[in-house]
Ligand binder design. Structure first.
Ligand SMILES: *Cc1c(COP(=O)(O)O)cnc(C)c1O
Ligand code: SF4
Length: 352
């Protein structure tokens, strides 16, 4: 029988996060570039759970969380807030970009920080107090056009059961809200957080999970068990994958990931073109590459396993599914396309 270890406890994992170079070197030998990045000023938050650190022998995963000098290079068109979220901030915790759906930024904390995070301007930085949530609930109660709430952050599943249950209970009391989702990477970076108690809370409030996966190497036995447990509790799950250069931008890597997700009852939902956040140039692929990849998946794998390839329109035009090359136009270093409102948006995609 498997003896319970302290590391099986999610609170232990958070308390023992790796937050500096010395702790990380207990897991891996760092490259000169990685060491130099730690010795300089790291612009983005850094932390990794011991669970995820043990997976970093995989080179693809390693690049998603370990700082390098590249994140200090700001490319043309890159922004601290690429999706124009600050302009759509309705309350300290709500981003209202689309007519009927709202993004609820419940925390700025993540157990592990991704180097390409769209919200790197916020995550791990300001401690957004929960005290002002009342204003956000009031906004949702009075904005009867809102039907869909996506709880995100930061990672909401790092909050305590009590806090999460409290927020979900309030949302479920609002009759016009029909859909409640939580965006999370917890089943990947902190799978021991998926306890029976948490599953009961998610089931009680009929929550869907939108999970963040990058690579099949993340589907560890612990992550498989966590997703199967969620599924056994009747929780619907979809995944979002950011397309990342040299990490998952080839057909075989995506096929392995998407079949791996179906096997744990997670439906691949979005393959996201990497947002032009500051210091992301080394992660971004040309849009043409994304189109070619998604084409190679259609017809060559189970249709359920194929996500929608989307560009989140810089400046806040919402997510635009890109089906083929006919839908985009090149204008110098920009890719130009039309969103659901018929408005034109530009994604900075420098011709190499
Ligand atoms: C992604 C996103 C949503 C949810 O969009 P779906 O396409 O319904 O998954 C809602 N609000 C904002 C601001 C978003 O970025
Ligand atoms: S888990 Fe999500 S919110 Fe947290 S750092 Fe990664 S991309 Fe950003």
């Amino acid at each position: 029988m498997h003896e319970s270890e302290p590391s099986d406890d999610w609170k232990w994992q958070i308390a023992n996060r790796i937050t500096n170079r010395q702790q990380l070197e207990a897991y891996l030998e760092l490259t000169a570039d990685e060491r130099a990045a730690f010795d300089g000023e790291i612009p983005l938050s850094f932390a990794v759970t011991p669970h995820y650190a043990a997976l970093l022998k995989n080179d693809a995963l390693r690049r998603t969380v370990i700082p390098t000098g590249h994140e200090n290079n700001f490319g043309t068109g890159e922004l601290a807030d690429p999706l124009g979220e600050e302009e759509h901030r309705a309350t300290p915790h709500l981003i209202h970009t689309y007519p009927d759906k709202v993004l609820f930024l419940a925390t700025t904390f993540c157990s592990t920080y991704c180097r390409y995070c769209t919200r790197s301007r916020l995550v791990g930085k300001s401690a957004a107090g929960l005290q002002s949530l009342e204003e956000s609930f009031h906004y949702l109660e009075t904005h009867t056009e809102v039907r869909d709430v996506l709880l995100s952050g930061g990672d909401p599943l790092t909050m305590s059961d009590t806090v999460l249950d409290g927020i979900l209970s309030r949302l479920r009391k609002i009759p016009h809200i029909r859909m409640v989702r939580i965006g999370s990477k917890v089943p990947v970076v902190l799978p021991m957080r998926i306890t029976d108690e948490l599953c009961d809370i998610l089931r009680k409030h009929r929550v869907w999970l939108s999970l963040h996966f990058i690579h099949a190497a993340e589907i560890s036995p612990e992550t498989q068990a966590a997703c199967r447990k969620l599924s056994d509790h009747g929780i619907g799950m979809v995944s979002q994958t950011v397309l990342l250069k040299g990490i998952n931008d080839d057909t075989q890597t995506l096929v392995d990931l998407f079949y791996g997700l179906l096997e744990i009852n997670v439906k691949p939902y979005y393959l996201l073109q990497c947002d032009p956040v500051r210091g992301s140039a080394h992660f971004r692929t040309p849009v043409e590459k994304g189109i070619q990849l998604i084409r190679s998946l259609h017809g060559n794998m189970c249709g359920l396993a194929v996500p929608q390839y989307v560009i989140d329109a810089p400046g806040g035009g919402g997510k635009v599914p890109i089906l083929g090359a006919e839908q985009i136009r090149r204008d110098g270093d920009d890719v130009v396309f039309i969103n659901y409102e018929g408005k034109e948006f530009r994604y900075p995609d420098p011709v190499a």
